[in-house]
Design a protein around this ligand. Structure first.
Ligand code: SIN
Length: 505
């Protein structure tokens, strides 16, 4: 069994129909990466990956399952002791090299991302820089894992608390940020001495595999970082959550899947970090700087064609400026050029799938059936089944799916309010609690509203809130744990209390 699962690299069944035109074509990998080796699936099965902009077949990737996930976990556990025993400086030096290689290969990594995920090339370039920043940040933060000396309760004792890596980490990452959501998890884990088994999204495996190749070139030892691609998420996720060798699961994805993974992890009481769905309100008060608010809406609503967990989902505008705002937003959205992300003229790319576009359309239809007005868009685009027209809806209310559910597409429902209390109540009327935004020129209101919003992250007069230095994460059903910042290491560390007794002899 073991030999069969470890069988070597025969590559003839792998088909690449697409020329990615990379400076370094060896960054394109079609196999899984386990224990420092590139491997086919044990049964040689593959899955096809295609370009969401045009349906073009990009290549076939090893379709690994539960058994090879188990092998990857074994490899990670075998590598754990030595990796943990390295000095923080030694791990930091390897992460520094990994960071530099990512930066050196930014153009290729961005191209791979655009071709498999769809976002415009400039957004992909930005995501690679964003993702690399996590590697750099945690290469530095990993050297600052401080414990505490504690005043002991008895005079013959001394008490200290040290921090140690949790052990083998399983990471499951999404297709909407195929690069940065990996580095945001893997860099802190590696920095503190954990080893990792990653299952990337089946839609975007090439970005993950290229990162693994660069980690290998940077000197990350065999078994420390493993990537298991596959389409059977239940099988791979089942093994990652069932296997007692895995001590922690970190997941970015939908709330229903997060809840299921948490249930599965309960059997072996694994630590979990969950970055789940959002339903971000963006409130614009009458006293806002409307130019600034408009720029914030255009970025936060339509970035990645609306496919981010922190995209503003519900635009909530005060009655005094409502009509002017809608008119200006419609004019701005009319300037968008949706298209292939490789085309420099495209301001926005496709959605990840035709199914995603159909799901977004169902929410728009629900709103219209309940009385919403379509100011612009409102249908699947003539560009193809993966594209949805940028859409503005007015006359919307809390009974509609566009109020209650994460839209994950370029649809902006504009809700109206009169008082600050109403705006806060509307914003908090959801089980989600990831990000919220508001625009106001009043300092007193800014503090009041920021403190009243039940969210893990609040942007005041700003929607571009993400970076490596901030604690990214949600409350309520948007998850638990924080990624990035000085807090981002804690999710990969255990606190151990050591008591030394008998010191008065
Ligand atoms: C996400 O959609 O989960 C990530 C967005 C970000 O990091 O800014």
């Amino acid at each position: 069994m073991m030999n069969q699962l470890y069988h070597g690299a025969h590559q003839d069944h792998r088909v690449a129909t697409m020329d990615f035109q990379l400076n370094d074509p060896s960054l394109l990998k079609y196999q899984g990466f386990i224990d420092g080796r590139w491997l086919d699936a044990a049964d040689t099965q593959t899955f096809a990956v295609s370009n969401p902009a045009n349906g073009q077949h990009l290549g076939d990737v090893a379709n690994m399952g539960a058994a090879q996930t188990g092998i990857a976990i074994e490899a990670a556990q075998a590598a754990q002791t030595a990796w943990q025993a390295e000095s923080a400086q030694a791990r930091s030096a390897i992460l520094e090299r990994w960071h530099q290689l990512v930066i050196d290969n930014q153009a290729d990594l961005a191209r791979i991302m655009t071709i498999e995920q769809g976002k415009p090339l400039c957004e992909s370039m930005g995501e690679i820089a964003y993702g690399a920043a996590f590697i750099k940040w945690f290469s530095e933060e990993g050297k600052r894992v401080y414990g505490s000396t504690l005043p002991a309760a008895q005079s013959d004792r001394r008490a200290i608390a040290i921090k140690q890596p949790v052990g083998v980490v399983a990471a499951i990452t999404p297709w909407n940020f195929p690069h940065a959501m990996i580095t945001r998890k893997v860099a802190p884990a590696l920095a503190v001495g954990c080893t990792v088994v990653l299952k990337p999204a089946a839609e975007t495996p090439f970005s993950a595999l290229a990162l693994a190749e660069l980690a290998r070139r940077a000197g990350v030892p065999a078994g420390v970082f493993n990537v298991v691609p596959g389409i059977d998420a239940a099988a791979i996720g089942g093994e990652l959550t069932r296997n007692p060798r895995v001590r922690k699961l970190t997941f970015t994805g939908s709330t229903p899947v997060g809840k299921l993974l948490m249930q599965q992890c309960a059997a072996t009481v694994k630590r979990t970090s969950m970055e789940l769905g959002g339903n971000a309100p963006l409130i614009i008060f009458d006293d806002a700087d409307l130019n600034m608010a408009m720029a914030g809406v255009l970025l936060s609503k339509f970035r990645n064609s609306g496919q981010t967990c922190i995209c503003s989902n519900r635009i909530i505008v005060q009655d005094g400026i409502y009509d002017e705002f809608v008119t200006r937003l419609a004019a701005a959205v009319a300037e968008f050029r949706f298209g292939d992300g490789l085309d420099a003229a495209s301001t926005h790319g496709p959605l990840i799938s035709a199914q995603a576009a159909a799901g977004i359309h169902a929410k728009v239809e629900d709103a219209v059936a309940r009385g919403a007005n379509v100011v612009s868009g409102g249908r699947i685009s003539d560009l193809g089944s993966h594209f949805y027209e940028p859409t503005i809806l007015t006359n919307v209310d809390h009974t509609m799916a566009v109020f209650r559910e994460e839209i994950f597409g370029p649809v902006a429902p504009i809700f109206k309010f009169s008082t600050e209390e109403q705006a806060i109540a509307m914003a908090n009327d959801t089980e989600f609690g990831l990000a919220a935004y508001f625009y106001s020129e009043s300092i007193a209101r800014s503090w009041r509203v920021a403190e009243a919003l039940e969210y893990g992250m609040v942007g005041v007069n700003e929607t571009a809130i993400s970076s490596e230095v901030i604690p990214f994460g949600g409350i309520k059903e948007s998850g638990q744990g924080r990624e990035g910042s000085k807090f981002g290491l804690d999710d990969y560390l255990e606190i151990k209390y050591i008591c030394m007794g008998g010191l008065n002899r």
